[in-house]
Write a protein that binds this ligand. Sequence first.
Ligand code: SER
Length: 318
Amino acid sequence: MNKQILIIGACGQIGTELTLKLREINGNNAVIASDIREGNDELMQSGPFEIVDAMDKNSIEKILDKYAITEVYLMAAMLSATGEKFPAKAWELNMTSLFNVLNFAKEKKIKKMFWPSSIAAFGPTTPKENTPQETIMEPTTVYGISKQAGERWCEYYFNNYGVDVRSVRYPGIISWKTNPGGGTTDYAIEIYNNALLVGKYDSFLNKNTKLPMMYMDDAIDATIKIMDAKPEDVKIRSSYNLAAMSFTPEEIALEIKKFIPDFKISYHEDFRQRIADSWPQSIDDSRAKEDWGWQPKFDLHKMSENMLNSLHKKFENS
Ligand code: SER
């Protein structure tokens, strides 16, 4: 049987680019985008789209039947900063949507699923540098708690029901096509936008806040790679550590200055500082490298060059 893919949360920052890439690989009609709202023109015009609430089991089931879906990528979630404002809602959305898809896989309505975890699943008691795959995890944000619990449930469904679920712990994801929403690592996207538009940026994290980050191209690559891996090579069924680079606001500002010498940065911490301080600074992703051949391509310099060029073109055309 052919692969038929459903992406839930297809209009978000990662969902948009994941959908476009999967359409390029599998053909437009084999990749069904869905979200609670419509997305950008490129996404809407390149293939099938359905409005769906990730918490609404029945609506999702109708789409699974209508398109004979074999795989689901569940990209809908409330992120760390927004989650702290609406804790109950974040928990409800993040867990209900996950259980919906896990249960479809358990009932064999689909064959395989992807669900992202995050560096937010770690907490202040986790070793901060080169954070191991298996370590202390005591997340302090609702988002992080939902990711940690979600990881446990994924492994549980794999062990007890043979559900083929695959997951990675994304670091902060940096991209130019679709804006992120409500994350703590979003500063590293705003900074490029502001550098080009107004030549300065006021950072909501202090200058020494080092966090693990990754360019979107690498994140998409990892996502597709783990989904394409042979089942026996996916040895971890909670979620894999994933890494590409780590930097502070001061370091990214210095990098931007290489391209825009007059760029200025200032720092005014807000509530997101506490969230960032609870997360690791760098990640050991050797298991992903060993098990399914993960390898990032973008470092801070290459990413900055690509981001600034792509955003420049985007602003020129708009
Ligand atoms: N980028 C996410 C956030 O900041 C972390 O997974 O919430």
